[in-house]
Design a protein around this ligand. Structure first.
Ligand code: PLP
Ligand SMILES: N[C@@H](CCOP(=O)(O)O)C(=O)O
Length: 463
């Protein structure tokens, strides 16, 4: 399997290459040169497989000959062996039509663990082969940071610098990052938003002063391997609900467009999916883009779903490339114009291509609180604010009457106890597996929100 950049001019790489590269050298994102396909018979034959086996089966075409099938199975068994639920991503029924896909049974209580537990192992595997090291620079609005740190803490060949926006993540999220004491983990709180942090990460990949000395790697969903692992749970859920004969819709709380793009990938591989609902909070650039073709940034409004307080959605570029004709030169031009103007119009081909599978919806803070209350009062389920935004879209989407709708439950409610308590009166307790989070000492440094301050710190402290 070969991977190409959305901006057309970076070298094409194999799976090990894209996993270690993170971002393409032309600033684009890597995607498979073509989508692997499963027949309906092949998909039906996956029914009943344990999650780790299913993961190896779905991911093998993307991995190609970079890992043998046996080795891939060993890695998925190890990655998903750390989850607190035997099904890894269990489905819970809410009513006759609505389902929750619980993605928060990993070590750090969010869907990011599903991909990052595997990505840590892939880094180890590929770095041991080439004898190199990797300096990871990541940006987080709360969940990627802790999941990535958990996955790489203590690894010999990897060092991680994780940027989070100061004061804009929950206390639980911050502590899950800053209380991990390992010599290869560096936490940085910056003055600014997640978008500022994400822009710095992308800039560092293009900064020769840094890349001449350090191989920079990515744990954000700009890294293809993150998305690949997230494709698996769409298969898992659809198969449990009668797929491939029955087509579910998925409602996905969306920020950086990684999770819902993984649903698009599952559909391209042949999994029958009725619709993908892109659920945004009031930071609704994706809703405006998908409903009106207007992809223009504004200022970020802090909400009770902080992990989705994002304007510039990295993976939207992957979708625009894929549905807009896969023209790297045109995509590079469109993104150059966007980076300058902070706004762009989608082309007709991009709008029509996206409309074939995607519908978008926006939830404000009241919609979100109402969805939390509905889940609590009508279904006795406590959901987190991000999941509630997905549930709002799931309950209001116009779909054929018998379509099962699966909302991706992207975080454990205990990561956001204040917002959950405000909406429902229930204060969710942290699962015991996260241990004495509030008793542990924190370590992080604060930096101004300038690229130079962050770059100089990384250069000075990278091993
Ligand atoms: C809890 C939670 N829900 C939803 C999202 C949005 O997912 P994505 O960025 O893949 O669109 C995030 C952050 O990525 C998150 O942490
Ligand atoms: N919501 C994320 C933001 C980063 O997104 P990613 O999926 O690209 O890593 C977070 O919680 O950090």
């Amino acid at each position: 399997m070969k991977y190409v950049s959305t901006r057309g001019s970076a070298p094409s790489l194999d799976f090990a290459g894209v996993t270690l590269a993170g971002l393409a050298s032309d600033g684009g994102l890597y995607v498979p040169a073509q989508w692997p396909q499963f027949t309906l018979e092949e998909i039906a034959a996956m029914r009943g497989l344990p999650y780790a086996e299913l993961a190896a089966r779905v991911m093998q075409p993307f991995v190609g000959d970079c890992l043998t099938p046996e080795r891939l199975r060993e890695l998925t068994a190890k990655a998903y062996g750390r989850f607190a639920h035997a099904a890894v991503t269990p489905l819970t029924q809410l009513d006759e039509r609505q389902w929750l896909l619980e993605l928060f049974h990993g070590p750090t209580l969010a869907f990011k663990d599903v991909a990052l537990q595997l990505l840590g192992l892939l880094f180890e595997e590929f770095l041991a082969r080439d004898g190199g090291t990797l300096t990871i620079v990541g940006a987080t609005s709360g969940d990627t940071g802790s999941a990535a740190i958990d996955a790489v803490a203590g690894l010999d060949r990897v060092e991680i610098f994780m940027l989070h926006p100061k004061g804009r993540v929950s206390d639980v999220q911050r502590r899950q990052m800053t209380t991990v004491r390992a010599p290869n983990v560096h936490n940085i709180a910056i003055d600014g938003s997640f978008d500022d942090a994400q822009a710095m990460v992308k800039r560092i990949f293009a900064d020769k002063d840094v890349t001449d000395k350090h191989r920079i790697g990515a744990v954000n969903s700009i890294n293809w391997a993150r998305l690949m692992a997230q494709v698996v749970y769409y298969f898992a859920a659809a198969l449990q609900l009668g797929g491939p004969e029955r087509k579910p819709a998925f409602s996905v709380p969306t920020g950086n467009f990684g999770d819902v793009f993984a649903g698009h990938v599952a559909a391209q591989m042949g999994l029958p999916i009725e619709r993908l609902l892109v659920a945004t909070n009031v930071n609704d650039i994706l809703h405006r883009a998908l409903s009106a073709g207007d992809y223009s940034t504004g200022t970020v409004t802090p909400t009770a779903a902080p992990s989705m307080d994002i304007q510039v959605s990295s993976n939207f570029e992957r979708l625009l490339f894929d549905v807009g004709g896969r023209d790297g030169a045109a995509m590079a031009e469109q993104m150059r114009a966007f980076e300058k103007a902070r706004a762009m119009r989608l082309t007709n081909a991009q709008r029509e291509g996206a409309a074939a599978l995607f519908t978008s919806m926006r939830a404000d803070e009241d919609d979100m609180a109402r969805a939390m209350r509905w889940a609590s009062e009508e279904c006795t389920e406590i959901v987190d604010p991000h999941t509630a935004i997905g549930l709002h879209a799931a309950r209001h989407a116009e779909l054929a009457g018998d379509t099962p709708v699966v909302t991706l439950a992207t975080a454990h409610p205990a990561k956001f106890p204040d917002a959950v308590e405000r909406a429902t009166g229930n204060r969710p307790a942290l699962p015991t597996r996260v241990g004495d989070l509030f008793a542990r000492e924190e370590a992080y440094i604060e930096l101004p929100g300038t690229y130079e301050a962050v770059r100089d710190h990384i250069v000075e402290h990278a091993a």
